[in-house]
Design a protein around this ligand. Structure first.
Ligand code: ZN
Ligand code: ZN
Length: 125
């Protein structure tokens, strides 16, 4: 493993879960000021392929990189974009029964309005 790859992986593993390439780049520069954004993108691609991390593609927003590669789903706030992990158990079994096909993998992003944003809108929750 190259020094850059180890650094990027360390940043992701010590994060709270879901960073964008840009955030990883800014963090990496603090340790290795000469690192190029292209290097960060290339390594993120390699690590996604190697399943060391998981890429989360979100329409109209930058990809996030997830340190948890195991099966889980994501909640995304429609307003501020904050992303959190949720586990919906047995969904794969359910989908397999419903569709009659053997599912290899799936991605599920649930959109909602987070509590922080709800509060700002003056909800009484
Ligand atoms: Zn929000
Ligand atoms: Zn996640």
């Amino acid at each position: 493993m190259t020094k850059q790859r180890k650094l990027i992986l360390d940043i992701i593993k010590s994060s709270n879960g879901h960073m964008t390439a840009e955030e990883i780049y800014i963090k990496a520069k603090q340790t290795q000021p000469s690192i190029a954004i292209g290097t960060v993108y290339r390594n993120l691609g390699l690590m996604t392929q190697a399943e060391e991390i998981r890429r989360i593609s979100i329409p109209n927003a930058p990809d996030r990189f997830d340190k948890f590669t195991g099966p889980h789903e994501h909640l995304i706030c429609q307003n501020c974009g904050v992303l959190s992990d949720i586990n919906v158990s047995d969904l794969k079994d359910y989908l397999q029964v419903q569709t009659g096909i053997e599912i290899i993998s799936y991605e599920l992003n649930l959109r909602y309005i987070c509590n922080g944003c709800k509060g700002m809108e003056g909800s009484n929750e």
